[in-house]
Write a new protein. Structure first.
Length: 164
């Protein structure tokens, strides 16, 4: 009886903890490498960050040493394999010397609770020196040469890519 109750509760927990498999699992089971995509989709400088197109596009900021970036690699590469619009560009921060120096410095009182407020400050900016860098993974949406949205963190990006 206790064994059946345990199995029942475990089944319920499994169902409610992750009702959408795509939303919960963005691991890359195909063992693809960002490096193989970088020649086609990668940015090698920050010079044209806001001027890759006049239309909307995304820039995915990641690091090869970031475990959260590795956790969502499957969703990012699936997007590149299946979606052409809006375009997505890769930016491996490790490839740019002094990467953080290009961005506006975070305030000393920065914490996750005030992140959304700081992200809102970045909206409609068109220079890296006017936007904050929060870390990886980050997805930046650019439209008409301005930042129009920024998603920071593994959960935000999993939610975003689950819609494609």
């Amino acid at each position: 009886m206790i064994k059946k109750l345990f199995l029942f509760l475990f089944s319920i927990f499994s169902l409610i903890s992750c009702s959408n498999k795509d939303l919960c699992d963005c691991k890359d089971y195909q063992n693809r490498q960002f490096l193989n995509y970088y020649e086609t989709y990668g940015l090698t400088s920050l010079d044209n960050f806001f001027s890759l197109s006049n239309d909307m596009y995304y820039i995915y900021l990641y690091s090869i040493t970031c475990p959260r970036c590795e956790n969502i690699k499957g969703c990012v590469l699936d997007y590149l394999d299946t979606s052409t619009s809006p375009p997505l560009y890769l930016l491996q921060k490790d490839k740019i010397e002094n990467f953080k120096d290009y961005f506006k410095a975070l305030p000393l009182d920065y914490n996750k609770e005030n992140r959304e407020t700081l992200i809102k400050e970045c909206i409609n900016k068109s220079s890296l020196s006017e936007i904050y860098y929060f870390g990886t993974p980050t997805l930046i949406e650019i439209n008409e040469n301005k930042l129009t949205n920024m998603l920071v963190g593994e959960t935000s990006l999993i939610n975003f890519f689950s819609n494609f």
